[in-house]
Every structure is written in structure tokens, then in C-alpha cells.
Design a protein around this ligand. Structure first.
Ligand SMILES: Cc1ncc(COP(=O)(O)O)c(C=O)c1O
Length: 386
């Protein structure tokens, strides 16, 4: 397994919440696909192959999310999926989200509310976290949709989807979830949690390359929706290429797929899911949670560090975000990777987001990585005398 991620020999890579490392065998599948389609054109990518090019990914995604194959639509990115779905939504009312969300989760609703009778309501965070009770209370009879990340990109805070879905359904609203910071490290079951729409992307915890995303769209809801983006792939017989008076949409989530795209990214995402499934998402989950628990326990012993991420395992993903007192974020990043502190060791790769340091270990990290970060943080603070 270690050989599949050559970077970890030279870098302590704690940045999967930004970009996951793609295993070499998955990369090989991309190369092979590009080579075949580029060199052989339709001799390889026949109409039949092209028509069915998303099917492996659809099956693997359905298994990953716990839904039926007909409920999965393939997209290029989470942002694209959210926009197409948002335009598809009928009716007026409140769109409930939070002020700590990743921009993509909120912007489409802000944009479309200029054309539709929507009001975007954002729950305020306190110290970067959302009070879930407050969020539940904001979901009322006027609510059309609740749109939220399963795991927050900044803090790793994880929401109780079942509770949110229950409240949303009680008032006739739907629950739309962005799961890109969850799938691949947290077991997901959209049916158990009664989620209406669940979107995720390839290039973080699912360790695929850029350019692929999938959305679970509950079957009965899908029937009512008319996609925001349409094209030749949206209809029952995509190769008829015959313009009719009205579009004859596919009778499944496939109607949200509309065009050709970087097909290799979809082939690769499918292989990535297979790679992770072989290890077992449950195994990855318990490994990542143990590692991050250890990380957080070590961090709280450092005086200048305040852990922002919730401690409770059920309330977080595999992200550990900290506030560092007395030093600015750029100094920390530079300091941790300075020659003196590195002492011939590996660079530490992590993100600074909104002034906080965000570490996001995946199954290719280990205790040694965490120990090295802790040791360098201690040295850094003693050097600066803080
Ligand atoms: C919560 C969340 N949603 C969406 C995205 C971006 O998705 P995409 O690039 O597939 O549109 C990110 C990227 O950091 C994210 O953290």
C-alpha cells in the first residue's frame, strides 16, 4: 500500500481535506484510458462504450452511498452538481445553511435567489462551530431546503444527518448534503439517514484525480426535478441526436448528465472507490478516528494551541483544526518546515484556512507523522519563547 503513495517517503502529507493522494494503480488506469481514446478514437471509444462510460462509477458510488444505481448522477465537480440541482428545485421559501460553509455550498442559492422566490438564511457560527440545535430550530414551515456539508471543510465538524432530515421532512423541506469532506473516510448510508440529495467529489478523501463528482438524488424527488443543465446525454436515447419538441429525459438520475467530459476522471474515480473499498471504509474510519484522537490529545498539551475541532468522534471527520496563539499562520508553516526544525526530516504539508491551521490525515498517515508534527510545534514555540 505504502508504495502506491510515493510522496509520503518525502513529505508528511496532512492535507487530504485539500487534495487527496491518488494511488499509482488508479493513475495507471487514467493513463491507459487517455492513451486508448487519444490514439484509437472511436475504434476504442465506440458509441456503446461512450454511452456506458459512467456505469462502473455509478455502481461503485451506489455501493459507497447506500442507494440504488438509478439514483446516482455523474458530474464533473461538486459545484456543478449543486448548481444544476439548485436550478432544478421548484417552489419558494427559505434555504437554510450556515455562515461557515464552503462557498460552493451557499453561492448557487444566493445566485438563483435573484431569479426565484428564495431567501438564503445562514446560521451564525460561534468560535467556528455551528450549534446543531440552533440549526434545527431554523428549519421551519417556510423552509424549502437545508443545504449543508456532512463534514465542514474548515473545522471538520460533522452533522447528524438523520436529525436534520427528520426535521426538514417534518416541515416539508428537503435535505441536500455536500459530502466531499466525508466520503472515503466516513461510512455513509443515505437511506438510513433519509437524506434527499447527497453530493460528493473525487479528489479529496476518495483519492481520485480532479474532474469527477457524483450525486445521489432520491428516486421520487428526481422524478419531479428538471435539471438546470441539459444536453445530448440527458435524454433516453442519447444517440438519436434528433431534436424533438420536448426533451425525453431519462427516467433516472442519469437525466442530470448532459455532455461529454473528461471521461478518464470518472473511470479513475470508480477505480479509487474500488481501491478504498478493498481496504474497507469501516477500517479507514476507525483508523483515521484513532489517529486524529491521538493527534488532538497531544495537541491539547501544547500551551499555545487551541483545538477548534469537536472532540467527540461522532461530531467530526478526519480533520484537526487549531488556533495558534501568539504566532501568525505563515510563521507556523514556515517555521515547521525550517531547516533547523526539520533536521533532515520530511516537510509537513497542511493548510492554513481563515487563519487556522488545518491538518487532515488519511489512512496513508501514521502515528509517526503525528509525533513529528507535535515535536516540531513544541520546538517552534520554545524557539519563539511563546
Ligand atoms: C465542502 C466542499 N465542497 C466543495 C468543494 C469543492 O468542490 P468542487 O471543486 O468539486 O466543486 C470543497 C473543496 O475544498 C469543499 O471543501
Amino acid at each position: 500500500m505504502v508504495n502506491d503513495f510515493p510522496l509520503i517517503e518525502e513529505v508528511i502529507y496532512l492535507n487530504t481535506a485539500s487534495i487527496g493522494l491518488v494511488p499509482i494503480p488508479v493513475l495507471e488506469s487514467v493513463k491507459e484510458f487517455i492513451e486508448k481514446t487519444s490514439i484509437r478514437g472511436t475504434v476504442y471509444l465506440s458509441e456503446e462504450v461512450e454511452e456506458n462510460i459512467f456505469e462502473d462509477l455509478r455502481v461503485n458510488s451506489a455501493n459507497l452511498l447506500g442507494c440504488s444505481v438509478d439514483e446516482v448522477a455523474i458530474f464533473n465537480s461538486v459545484t456543478e452538481a449543486l448548481n444544476s440541482i439548485a436550478w432544478a428545485l421548484r417552489g419558494g421559501g427559505k434555504i437554510v445553511s450556515t455562515n461557515i460553509e464552503f462557498p460552493t455550498v451557499v453561492y448557487p442559492w444566493m445566485r438563483i435567489s435573484k431569479n426565484k422566490d428564495w431567501k438564503v438564511v445562514l446560521i451564525d457560527s460561534k468560535d467556528y462551530l455551528i450549534d446543531e440545535d440552533e440549526l434545527l430550530m431554523a428549519i421551519d414551515e417556510d423552509t424549502l431546503s437545508v443545504v449543508i456539508s456532512h463534514v465542514e471543510f474548515l473545522t471538520g465538524q460533522r452533522f447528524n444527518l438523520k436529525a436534520l432530515a427528520e426535521k426538514a421532512h417534518e416541515v416539508g423541506a428537503i435535505l441536500i448534503v455536500d459530502g466531499i469532506q466525508a466520503t472515503g473516510c466516513i461510512p455513509v448510508d443515505v437511506k438510513r439517514d433519509d437524506v434527499d440529495i447527497y453530493i460528493t467529489g473525487s479528489y479529496k478523501w476518495l483519492i481520485g484525480p480532479f474532474g469527477a463528482a457524483v450525486a445521489y438524488i432520491r428516486h421520487d424527488l428526481c422524478r419531479e426535478l428538471e435539471p438546470g443543465l441539459v444536453g445530448w446525454r440527458s435524454v433516453k436515447n442519447m444517440w438519436s441526436l434528433n431534436i424533438r419538441e420536448s426533451m425525453d429525459y431519462v427516467d433516472s438520475a442519469r437525466k442530470f448528465e448532459y455532455s461529454s467530459s473528461a471521461y478518464e476522471a470518472k473511470v479513475a474515480m470508480s477505480k479509487s472507490i474500488e481501491y478504498l473499498t478493498r481496504i474497507g471504509i469501516d477500517n479507514i474510519y476507525s483508523y483515521n478516528m484513532k489517529l486524529t484522537k491521538y493527534f488532538m490529545e497531544e495537541l491539547v498539551n501544547i500551551e499555545n494551541i487551541e483545538v477548534v475541532t469537536p472532540v467527540n468522534v461522532k461530531e467530526r471527520g478526519s480533520i484537526v483544526t487549531v488556533k495558534v496563539k501568539g504566532l501568525n499562520p505563515t510563521t507556523i508553516k514556515r517555521g515547521l518546515n525550517s531547516k533547523e526544525l526539520k533536521n533532515g526530516g520530511r516537510d509537513i504539508e497542511f493548510s492554513i484556512r481563515r487563519g487556522l491551521a488545518r491538518f487532515s490525515p488519511h489512512f496513508y498517515n501514521d502515528k509517526e507523522d503525528v509525533d513529528e508534527v507535535i515535536e516540531r510545534l513544541r520546538k517552534l514555540f520554545s524557539r519563539y519563547g511563546t
